[in-house]
Ligand binder design. Structure first.
Ligand code: BGC
Length: 375
């Protein structure tokens, strides 16, 4: 039984945020400053968690290397901090993830950290978690359409998209001479709440260049729905690109660039273009996966994004420790992430763009990626 009820002051502070949050939607332009953590913007459950408490970490499928690394880091970091981690992947889909969260609650998990497969399908389980007094932290992916989420800890997703859009333009100018350029667009899985801000961030940069004729999407597939990749599966992106290549790039039509939301899909798209016998296009990515970093160093894939998983997991564990000390989850943004029923107080970290030019510098402190950039 958890007995350390929080004081009225903490509840009042939370009320202030809720009110402040209602006044503004995600603006798109606002950038959080990770350095300026505001105590006034703190968030959390109403009950202090106990030392040694079980902490549930529900991760999605292993659709990119960052999730696999997160599993290891959560297990190690939470154990070291004196908690009992329950870290699970929802490999077979939404129902499995729902069942895992329900089981974590049964095991008296006092914090549920969730990287949602489908951000709109967890309301029932997370509301149950809140009823038991647990705190709920959305990790990397926002949880949608429920009040039952205390905070969101992630890299700034809209900013990721902006950086990708800018990198695509920069790469085209560097590698393909003067425009106009032919491009194609790939988006993430439509059930992942991150996929829209990634795409919208990129389109905030690319749309004006489509409008002024600098860029042409030859397939005509410019909407998120047309560009989306079900389940973030490489095979789905490759099949769609195969169809686009045969339908829109037969004969001499060149494909100069591709917006890809992550590295796995970038490599799939490059395979498709290669099989169609075309030159390597400028292509973006995300996640700094080993194969893509090698490809960037070799001058093939143009860019990726570095979202240091160590930083994201450390910030999340620090938040759990705050809750254990009867404090509140630190946040630095109370405006951008409206989940449909509330603006979720967020701690946003800063993503970094990586190209061949700055790879060695960006990965200097990363024992896995740093060596890939040497010689
Ligand atoms: C993450 C990306 C990742 C994708 C697929 C997204 O929610 O933010 O980093 O590439 O999921 O795993």
């Amino acid at each position: 039984m958890r007995v350390n009820m929080r004081g009225a002051a903490a509840l009042a502070a939370f009320g202030v945020i809720a009110l402040a949050g209602c006044s503004s939607d995600r603006g798109g332009e606002t950038e959080a400053d990770p350095a300026s953590t505001s105590t006034a913007g703190a968030a959390g459950g109403e009950i202090c968690i106990e030392e040694g408490a079980a902490i549930g970490v529900a991760l999605p499928q292993k659709t990119s290397e960052n999730w696999v690394l997160a599993e290891q880091l959560f297990n190690e970091g939470l154990t070291e901090a004196g908690f009992e981690p329950i870290v699970q992947f929802g490999n077979s889909g939404v129902t499995e993830q729902q069942n895992q969260i329900a089981a974590m609650i049964e095991q008296d998990a006092q914090v549920i950290v969730v990287g949602a497969i489908d951000g709109s399908q967890l309301g029932t389980q997370l509301e149950r978690a809140k009823e038991t007094g647990a705190s709920v932290i959305a990790y990397d992916r926002l949880v949608l359409n429920t009040e039952a989420v205390d905070a969101y800890i992630a890299f700034d997703n809209f900013r990721v998209g902006v950086l990708q859009g800018e990198a695509l333009l920069q790469g085209l100018a560097e590698r393909k001479g003067e425009g106009p350029y032919n491009i194609e667009l790939i988006a993430g899985s439509s059930d992942d709440a991150n996929s829209t801000p990634f795409f919208e961030g990129a389109m905030s940069v690319l749309q004006p260049k489509i409008d002024d004729g600098t860029l042409t999407v030859v397939s005509g597939q410019t909407s998120f729905e047309q560009a989306a990749t079900a389940g973030w599966q490489a095979q789905n992106a490759q099949t769609r690109m195969d169809t686009i290549m045969s339908g829109s790039y037969s004969g001499d039509t060149e494909l100069h660039g591709i917006l890809s939301p992550n590295d796995t899909l970038a490599r799939a798209a490059l395979t498709s273009v290669d099989q169609a016998g075309k030159d390597t296009p400028v292509i973006t990515g995300q996640d700094s996966e080993v194969e893509s970093v090698k490809s960037i160093v070799d001058g093939e894939q143009y860019s990726t994004i570095y979202k240091d998983t160590r930083e994201l997991v450390a910030q999340t564990i620090a938040s759990v420790e705050e809750l254990a000390a009867c404090g509140e989850i630190p946040v630095n943004d109370t405006e951008q992430y409206d989940n449909g029923v509330k603006v979720v107080p967020a701690f946003l970290l800063d993503p970094k763009i990586v190209t061949q030019e700055n790879a060695a510098e960006v990965y200097a402190d990363d024992a896995t990626l740093g060596p890939l950039t040497e010689g």
